[in-house]
Ligand binder design. Structure first.
Ligand code: ZN
Length: 409
């Protein structure tokens, strides 16, 4: 079996975190000088590990194995959120690097190749999952022409030119080259940390449904309009919001999360009865049954509020993504590897955040493994994980990759 070097994994993570270090976290937006520097650093490490690394036309770093006959693609993204953590994305990339080294030193792994990838812009500084979408052929040149930076307004073309990546070929998935894709990641929530468990085996990456609800009342004077004749769109909105938050726990699944993250009153003035209001309701789950139950409940609450209240209420779906199940064979082998090294200390769970593995799963078998996030903190510079969890996770991930490659023959 391939054996990882835990101290080397931690040292590489700490070195990578020096690119754009901010307090104990990292500020490394896609195509910033720090991001470009970290990608060149990774190329050197992949070459030392015996791979043939390249940076492609959108900044994906890919290390190919020169001789292997059975190959797994392993990695994650390497840019960070603004003032984000040192492990989000970086963990999966450095695990990939360590697996490549451990497999090449392992006599039982002859013929097996770990090919390592650091995707560009999963975090969406320009466009979410940019690198992995490019790799599966879901990003056209015309779309690249249109994209501008979320915070900078800079065109993606200009950013790629400044980074030195413009004009390079974009790598594409090669049918038959890889047995599948594996991604390790910090959980980012607190499910593992709160239950004292050390490994999460991702069953699905959640689906998301998002609705806009509009309340139409009558705008009028806040002094002269008697209470009995008001049609206050704000009152209708907060009443329905309360019913949603009271009603969803009755019908939701154990992992369902729901959010009313946007509320707007019109005209939003202290002495005016709101004539119109709008809110967005979003819910996420890995199981379509729970998503359907939430949707049914939401539609029923809206129609009841519309019938019984003084304002007209309309609901429109505005975004919908389906849950992406991870490959069941890979999941079982990750679970077996976890049970071997950490008996009883692992669990199956959905991923409540999106990941490149969801994109890759459209073109090849894909699976994900989580390690705990201390206190469930992520997308913040204080994000952290215990060092022994980082080391244990790397070995279990290597064992799982080995089992998957063995089972593929
Ligand atoms: Zn991430």
């Amino acid at each position: 079996m391939p054996t990882i070097d835990g101290q080397r994994v931690v040292a590489d993570l700490r070195r990578l975190a020096e690119f754009g270090r901010h307090k104990t976290g990292v500020h490394r937006p896609t195509y910033s000088p720090e991001d470009v520097g970290s990608r060149h650093w990774l190329v050197d490490r992949l070459r030392e590990a015996g791979l043939d690394p390249i940076i492609d036309g959108v900044g994906n770093v890919i290390g190919r194995h020169p001789t292997a006959t059975r190959r797994l693609l392993v990695g994650s993204h390497s840019e960070t959120q603004p003032y984000g953590g040192w492990l989000d994305g970086a963990l999966g990339v450095i695990y990939g690097l360590e697996l490549a080294r451990a497999f090449s030193a392992d006599p039982d792994s002859a013929g097996f190749g770990i090919e390592v990838v650091a995707w560009a812009d999963e975090e969406g500084h320009y466009s979410s999952y940019l690198g992995s979408r490019s790799y599966i052929g879901a990003l056209g040149e015309d779309e690249i022409d249109q994209i501008t930076g979320r915070d900078t307004g800079k065109s993606l073309r200009a950013a790629l030119t400044d980074a030195g990546f413009a004009g390079r070929p974009r790598e594409r998935v090669e049918p038959g080259r890889h047995i599948g894709y594996l991604e390790a990641h910090i959980e980012q929530g607190d499910t593992l940390d709160a239950s004292g468990l050390r490994i999460g085996i991702v069953e699905t990456i959640v689906g998301i449904r998002n609705f806009r609800i509009t309340f139409i009342g009558e705008q009028n004077h806040a002094g002269t309009t008697r209470m009995v004749r008001r049609k206050d769109a704000g009152v209708a909105m907060v009443r329905l919001a309360t019913r949603i938050h009271d009603g969803f726990p009755e019908i939701a699944g154990p992992f369902t999360v729901w959010t009313i993250g946007r509320m707007v009153l019109e005209p939003n003035a202290p002495s005016v009865v709101p004539g119109r209001a709008e809110m967005q309701v979003q819910f996420r789950d890995g199981d379509p049954v729970h998503l359907d139950a939430c949707e049914k409940c939401l539609l029923a609450l809206v129609s009841e509020a519309d019938r019984s209240g003084r304002c007209r209420i309309e609901i429109h779906p505005i975004a919908r993504s389906e849950p992406r199940p991870m490959d069941s064979g890979f999941r079982e082998l990750i679970e077996a590897a976890a049970e071997d090294r950490a008996p009883g200390q692992h669990m199956r769970m959905p991923s409540a955040a999106g990941h490149d593995a969801a994109v890759l799963s459209e073109r090849m078998p894909a699976a994900m493994m989580f390690i705990p996030s201390l206190g469930g903190v992520s997308h913040h510079w204080s994000e952290d994980t215990r060092e022994d969890d980082i080391v244990l996770g790397a070995q279990i991930f290597a064992d799982a990759a080995h089992r998957i490659l063995c089972a593929s023959g």
